[in-house]
Structures are given as C-alpha cells and as structure tokens.
Design a protein around this ligand. Structure first.
Ligand code: BDR
Ligand code: CA
Length: 311
C-alpha cells in the first residue's frame, strides 16, 4: 500500500522538483501539499504550490494548505537563487482558489484522520510543523515519520557560517520540532550538497510533450544560472529531492541516531544545529541524522523518478 505523505514546502525550484517526483511515485499517496514561507513569502509560496500542482496536473489531486504570514518578518529569503517568484520568474498563472485552509489545519486534519500513518516531508522552515505541535502536543507522537531537509552536521551553513537556510528562517520552530517526541530523520546540508545535478543531466529530463517535462524545463535553467553566478558551481543542488530520496531509497543513505538541538539566540550561531558528541553525552538521542549518501545512486533515482513522472 502506498505511504501517505504530506509535503510541507516553500517553493523554491528544488521544492518543485521534489513535488513533481512525489506526485507520480506509486510508493506514495500525497494527501496534502502545505505551503510555508521561506524561499519566498507566504502568499507566493501558496501561489507556487497551486501553480506546480496545476502545471503538473497529477492523477490524484492533493489537498493544498495555505502558508501563514510569519509573526516576525523573515531575516532572509532565497529569491536570489530561485528568482523573484521562487520558480525562475516563470510567472505561472493560477486559478483563484477560495477557502484554502491554512497549512497547520490541513496537517492537523490529516494526522488525526490517519494517526501513526502519515509521513511528513518538511522541505522548508519548520514553522507549520511547530504550530501543529504547539496547538496539540499529542499530535507529535501521532506522526508516522518526519523527514526534514535542514541544518548541518559537519559542514558549514549556507546562510551564515553556522546555519542552513530552513533552520535559520525559523530557529524557534526548528527547536520545538527537534525537541518534540516525533520520530524524525534529518537530511542535513552537508549530505544534500554532495548531490549535484550537472548541466548534461538537463538533457535527460522528460521532454516538452509531458507536463512534468514542460514545468522542469521552464524552471530549472534559472537555478543552474544562479548556481554558477552565486556559487561558481557547474550544476545545481537539489537539496529537497535528495531529502525525498532518503524516504524512498533509504539504502542510499547511512544514518546515525544522535541528540540534536537548535541554537535560537547566538549572535553568530543563530539557527545552527548542534549535536551532543561529548564522550559522555548528556542529551537524550532524539533524531536520526544522515551521515553519508551514495550521490550517484541518488542522481540515478531522481532521473528514474522524473522519467516515471512523464509516463
Ligand atoms: C534549503 O533551503 C531552500 O532554499 C531550499 O529549497 C532547501 O529546502 C537548502 O538549504
Ligand atoms: Ca525548500
């Protein structure tokens, strides 16, 4: 039976690729896609989720959750990487959807409907997940599994020397989620950064006659250009699809059980993920962290998934 999944996303070009993969994967039943502010504003993130689903037009329509504007103005966004609209300035039209429920309500409903059976794949800041657990702490233990793209284990951050984007955007939420009783797996930046999609792989995307091919061929080139300009990289990171692959192809990853927390106050370490590796650790293990990845295997799995999405 397909695994029930909620994708919590802040699209973002790499989020869009992950959504495309998940919507067509027969191993998954995507019950909802919930938007969160991060790469782009709350309004734009919601609009982008709608646009991606409409462009892809999947066989089964997921529920969509609307992102809620954060209480504090975000310190950063990632429009420099993904374009002013987060999707490579593609300016996709979206149908007017009335009565969209906020993301936290959609997540709450889905967990209550299928306790212990829903996997949440969190590919943006952890704002929505923390809101759900804050409003009803019992829900933390009713999530089947939570897979998080975020933080760093051994490598540097990508927003500050210490912090990765998703955690830095809402460190307080991230701390609450890390400390929650949910079964969780972290796919940190030092793992996702080992998987680089090179230019030649663009040719292997599904062709323009398919909805997924049209979408990806329209948004990915922007990301490649930005990666070259910003990071001098001849290719593009696909952080979020890599995290999705940790769920779909766990044999391609090694994980270790760790005791992790998030810095919420540091002047230069705000948003850093910290793990208790003292010889006699005092924190209780609370999270599985990916410590190695078979990069070639993940790229192959992503390309297989995209081909499958085009059939
Ligand atoms: C994460 O930050 C976002 O910009 C990407 O979509 C990804 O989720 C990588 O640090
Ligand atoms: Ca993201």
């Amino acid at each position: 039976m397909a695994r029930k999944v909620i994708l919590d996303v802040d699209p973002g070009i790499d989020d869009a690729v992950a959504v495309a993969l998940a919507l067509f994967d027969p191993r998954l039943e995507v019950v909802a896609i919930t938007a969160v502010a991060g790469n782009v504003s709350a309004e734009q993130a919601t609009r982008n989720v709608q646009a991606i689903v409409e462009q892809i037009d999947p066989p089964r329509l997921p529920r969509i959750g609307a992102a809620v504007r954060p209480e504090r103005d975000p310190l950063v966004d990632a429009r420099h990487v993904y374009g002013a609209d987060g999707l490579g300035n593609s300016d996709f039209p979206v149908a007017e959807l009335h009565h969209l429920h906020p993301s936290d309500k959609v997540i709450t409903d889905e967990i209550r409907q299928a306790p212990d059976s829903v996997t949440i794949v969190a590919l943006g800041p952890l704002t929505n997940i923390a809101t759900v657990f804050r409003r009803d702490p019992s829900l933390a233990e009713q999530v089947g599994q939570l897979v998080i793209m975020g933080g760093t284990y051994r490598g540097p951050g990508n927003i500050t020397p210490a912090a990765e984007f998703n955690i830095y955007c809402d460190p307080v939420a991230a701390r609450e989620v890390f400390r929650s009783k949910t079964t969780k797996t972290l796919i940190p930046l030092d793992i996702t950064s080992q998987v680089v999609m090179t230019f030649d792989l663009l040719d292997q995307l599904p062709d323009e006659s398919t909805s997924v091919g049209r979408l990806l061929r329209r948004i990915l080139p922007y990301s490649f250009r930005a990666h070259r300009q910003l990071f001098g990289l001849e290719g593009a990171y696909l952080h979020d699809p890599v995290a999705l692959m940790a769920l779909l192809e766990p044999a391609l990853f090694e994980t270790e059980r760790m005791a992790g927390d998030v810095e919420v106050q540091g002047e230069i370490t705000l948003g850093a993920t910290v793990f208790d590796h003292r010889p006699a650790p005092q924190w209780r293990p609370n999270i599985d962290v990916a410590t190695s990845v078979d990069s070639a295997g993940v790229i192959a799995a992503i390309l297989r998934g995209l081909k499958q999405a085009a059939q």
